[in-house]
Design a protein around this ligand. Structure first.
Ligand code: ADP
Ligand code: MG
Length: 597
């Protein structure tokens, strides 16, 4: 079945819902819609971005309380605020604005935390906000705020479950649509790259701190909108639905549905809500007594699900229904992206002067000097632990030298950070491949072109980025073709052999339009024929004026290819020269033989 038909059937059923179903089920569907809106934010934040938040219910509360307060207590508010109470639509804007500010401040404090500190941080502020709802005078304490007016749309009052139903689901569908658009864009790739690790994303020019903040704020705004709808559906709020337990349940829904999938939010919210309702109805009848048995059964169910279907129900469903994945349409006629001018052949592109890097007492790089020119391939070789990768990190901005300086195209860059260095025209691959294995080859390579696009979050969410997106994808496709992976364009990156994944990283680096390439062991894992093809590619790049620095263990590969060799041992440069000279250098032979035992 094609996704289009499934979507059509789903929308038709949705539209008929309130006409055909008894009110009880309509209310249930209302709740599912409200929950799914929050879970959708968590799909982006947790499933895609890898940031776990237990505190989303608090943002729902911010949305609900803002509108409750403004629409019912306008007379006791200062005049500059009171006018907002005139219409729920104004209070929605007020709630979103307030949420934006709160999320920004909370994000600025918590998003820097890593590992389990971030979820703990979200629990902390989730609790604070929850208790604020109950304790702040004027918010009605635990009795809450009653008499919230209904929302009206074009003079039509949505004062019944069946009418607000359409508004709730319209909000949800718009949110699903824009989230899906966002994920399918330059910004979305930057967000998805967060899971590939900060080092990789920053090396491709992605501002990871910004991407984290973006998804945090979007998730908060969606939760706020859900709270606004909730307040006007119930016409009453109190703190209960905005506590930590609900924060945990939102996370459950997201995981049940499939944390990485937009539609998973809907499935998760649906299954969670229906199952909970059903257990609440039936367990007391079966067990003949009341109690919170549904929570216990539910807990076991969750554990079982996490065992059986770690990525949630959505992937299981799509496999079961056999949804055909739509193939990306590429517009190879799209106007090519502009290119940076290449430095003239022979010009020094990168220069490292006396670069020293100490780790405590260990000197991993000691007064290292290097120089690479445009149109030259320089190999950095040396036994394991010699300090080659450390040197790479000093040059590419992943690390800061203890002392010494690095100059890239005349700019001093030591300690400038990977993003700035990428912007200047340096791109790299990694010794341990860093790809997003569930994303296609094409999309992985498009991450490399991040800095060549400019469209931000809103244009992406509303599909106003298509011309630029077509150019970025066409460029990515050209680079995939160029490195010889053309027939794998739409395959998942994780399905390629390791050697091919290394080549894929080269395509990703090339997509950034670099003038210098740093390749950490590019030939490792390649077959003979693949190595020859790689050598041909590197020669071609050299002929175009690219400067290439490569770390490589395969001496046959290096000797036939490179112009000069720098040999390191124990953090120091022990030799430098033409490949033929290096092969007979006594110090080099000693270092290598000494390393072999
Ligand atoms: P190579 O890439 O030549 O095999 P590396 O640059 O990875 O060598 O490592 C050089 C030395 O620096 C090794 O002794 C390694 O243990 C040490 N080293 C590298 N990174 C760190 C770090 N982050 N902290 C402490 N020691 C490190
Ligand atoms: Mg290394």
């Amino acid at each position: 079945m094609t996704p289009r038909i499934i979507l059509f059937v789903f929308l038709a059923l949705l539209a008929l819902g309130p006409l055909a179903l008894p009110p009880f089920y309509v209310t249930l569907l209302n709740y599912i819609g409200l929950y799914a809106l929050v879970a959708l934010g968590l799909v982006l934040l947790t499933g895609v971005g890898g940031l776990t938040s237990f505190g989303q219910a608090a943002f729902v509360g911010v949305g609900a309380y803002t509108t409750a307060l403004l629409t019912t207590r306008a007379d006791s508010l200062p005049a500059w605020l009171a006018w907002l109470g005139a219409s729920p639509w104004l209070t929605l804007l007020a709630g979103l604005a307030l949420t934006l500010v709160i999320a920004y401040l909370l994000g600025a404090i918590t998003l820097k935390l890593s590992g389990h500190f971030l979820p703990l941080g979200t629990i902390a502020w989730g609790l604070s906000l929850y208790f604020a709802f109950g304790s702040v005078e004027g918010l009605g304490g635990h009795t809450g705020i009653p008499d919230i007016p209904a929302i009206s749309v074009f003079g039509w009052s949505l004062n019944q479950g069946g009418s607000i139903y359409y508004l709730i689901w319209a909000f949800l569908l718009v949110a699903v649509w824009s989230t899906q658009n966002l994920l399918d864009s330059r910004e979305g790739r930057a967000i998805r790259a967060l899971k590939g690790g900060r080092v990789m994303a920053e090396s491709m020019g992605v501002d990871t701190a910004r991407s984290r903040m973006v998804i945090f704020i979007i998730a908060a705004l969606q939760a706020c909108a859900s709270g606004w709808l909730y307040a006007h559906m119930q016409r009453f709020v109190n703190p209960n639905p905005f506590g930590l337990q609900m924060g945990i349940e939102y996370l459950f829904m997201t995981v049940i549905g499939g944390a990485g999938h937009v539609w998973g939010a809907l499935v998760g919210a649906g299954v969670f809500t229906v199952l909970k309702q059903w257990l609440q109805d039936w367990l007391p009848k079966l067990l003949g007594q009341t109690g919170n048995f549904e929570v216990i059964v539910f807990g076991f169910g969750m554990v079982l699900l996490l065992h059986r279907a770690r990525s949630g129900l959505w992937p299981v469903l799509t496999r079961w229904v056999r949804v055909k994945k739509p193939v990306r349409r590429l517009d190879m006629e799209a106007e090519p992206l502009p290119r940076k001018p290449m430095p003239p052949r022979g010009e020094v592109v990168l220069k490292a002067v006396d670069v020293t890097r100490k780790f405590g007492g260990l000197v991993a790089n000691n007064a290292m000097n290097l120089e690479i020119r445009a149109g030259e391939i320089l190999a950095l070789i040396g036994p394991n632990g010699a300090g080659k990768s450390t040197m790479f990190n000093q040059i590419s901005g992943v690390d800061t030298p203890t002392s010494g300086q690095v100059t890239l195209l005349g700019h001093l860059v030591a300690g400038a950070g990977a993003r700035r260095i990428a912007r200047l025209g340096l791109s790299r691959t990694f010794q341990h491949v860093r790809l997003l294995s569930r994303m296609s080859v094409l999309e992985n390579v498009a991450i490399g072109a991040h800095l060549r696009g400019h469209r931000g979050v809103l244009p992406s969410a509303w599909r106003m980025d298509r011309p630029e997106e077509a150019r970025l994808l066409a460029e990515a496709a050209r680079q995939v073709e160029r490195v010889g992976l053309g027939k794998h364009l739409h395959d998942e990156a994780g399905s390629l052999a390791l050697g091919q994944q290394r080549i894929l990283e080269i395509a990703r680096a090339l997509a950034s339009d670099p003038c210098i390439l740093l390749l950490d062991e590019p030939a490792a894992g390649l077959r003979y024929q693949e190595k020859r093809e790689l050598a041909e590619l590197l020669k071609k790049l050299r002929a175009e004026g690219m400067a290439i620095l490569l770390v490589e263990h395969d001496m046959d590969f290096v000797m036939g290819l490179v112009d000069r060799v720098v040999v390191m041992d124990f953090g120091e440069k022990i030799a430098e020269g033409l490949p033929a000279e290096i092969q007979h250098n006594p110090a080099v032979l000693e270092a290598y033989l000494g390393g072999v035992e």
